[in-house]
Design a protein around this ligand. Structure first.
Ligand SMILES: Cc1cc2nc3c(=O)[nH]c(=O)nc-3n(C[C@H](O)[C@H](O)[C@H](O)COP(=O)(O)O)c2cc1C
Length: 320
């Protein structure tokens, strides 16, 4: 269950999901100001100094929001990509601890190496998991919450059916549960709650907002794309990832005949020099989306998207 002190600051049971090269300070603080938890991968900063700057700047912005409105905004939530191939984990962890954040999400690996210092600092830790076995391991390690990566999620996805996954986890865990994948509108958020989740992740829909760091071409492709345009492939990241077929075709590749990439290598993905190489197309020019792309029809501001989602959510709850 969500602590009351946190739930009372949320307008919706929602997290603007962390997205590589998409979530930056403008998106995160706009979400928090609108009462939705705003998350971002620390890997979006090229250096730990930049991360320190982002964290201080966002905290200042949210303090200003609290002073202006008289109530606390939703918390911001850094995401540590804890895969063993990410060399930045210790430095990014230290920056997150310096910033005294309330909430952290770990992904693409075991939360264990970062759990104790985060818990000792009083921070809630949510771990993303894609199987019941990983959920059990994260619970045994002492996390506060689980983000269940389900089939159809954007980015590196899960493959488990959300209905079965939530109920299987609820059979042994009464801590925080977040559903990731397939949140195309507020009705879906209400459905996740009915199923037993405390929160839902919304990723793809936040890519197509004015504040996201995504290129305009990416946002417009999301508007034009349908669910059937999402391709599940290991070709670009080494892990099963949902990608947009039209972006693969635009890069001169055949979506139906892609080579399989070897092992996942986070260091290569986040290395600033590698990112700037003209041939470093994945994430930059070959774009990801979840099945929830079906709910993208325009490029609103973050506040507008949250307002609409809240109206859909309230309408769905009234029908319950
Ligand atoms: C472009 C893109 C980048 C992503 N990058 C990350 C990331 O850096 N860390 C992470 O934990 N999840 C990442 N994700 C996964 C999202 O946090 C979330 O699980 C997913 O978007 C939820 O599904 P939806 O897009 O259908 O809402 C990414 C997703 C997308 C679409």
């Amino acid at each position: 269950m969500l602590p009351d002190t946190l739930r009372s600051r949320l307008r919706l049971p929602l997290i603007a999901a962390p997205m590589f090269l998409v979530s930056g300070p403008a998106l995160v603080t706009a979400a928090c100001r609108s009462g939705v938890i705003g998350s971002f991968p620390t890997a979006n900063c090229r250096t730990v100094e930049e991360l320190d700057g982002w964290l201080v700047g966002m905290a200042d912005d949210l303090k200003r929001a609290a002073d202006e409105t008289g109530h606390a905004p939703a918390p911001l939530c850094p995401n540590l990509i804890v895969h063993r191939s990410n060399p930045r984990v210790p430095d990014d962890l230290a920056a997150v601890l310096r910033a005294k954040v309330e909430l952290v999400i770990t992904s693409v690996g075991s939360p264990e190496p970062v759990l104790k210092p985060l818990k000792d600092s009083g921070c809630l830790v949510l771990a993303d998991v894609a199987s019941v076995r990983h959920a059990e391991k994260a619970v045994a390690a002492g996390v506060d919450g689980l983000v269940l990566l389900t089939a159809g999620a954007g980015g590196q996805t899960g493959w488990v059916n959300p209905f079965a996954f939530v109920r299987a986890v609820r059979a042994f865990w009464d801590g925080i549960v977040v559903m990731a994948g397939g949140m195309a509108d507020g009705q879906a958020v209400a459905a996740a709650e009915t199923l037993g989740c405390d929160l839902a992740y919304m990723g793809t829909k936040f890519i197509a907002t004015r504040e996201s760091l995504a290129k305009d071409g990416y946002k417009q492709m999301l508007v034009r794309s349908r669910l059937d345009d999402v391709l599940l492939t290991r070709a670009f990241t080494g892990l099963e990832t949902n990608m947009l077929r039209p972006s693969i075709a635009a890069a001169g590749l055949d979506p139906d005949n892609l080579p399989v990439r070897g092992a996942i290598d986070i260091a290569k993905d986040i290395n600033a020099a590698e990112r700037d190489k003209p041939d470093a197309k994945r994430w930059k020019d070959i774009w990801s989306a979840g099945h929830s792309v079906s709910g993208v029809s325009d490029v609103p501001s973050v506040a507008e998207l949250i307002e609409r989602t809240e109206a859909e959510y309230r309408a769905a709850r009234q029908g319950v």
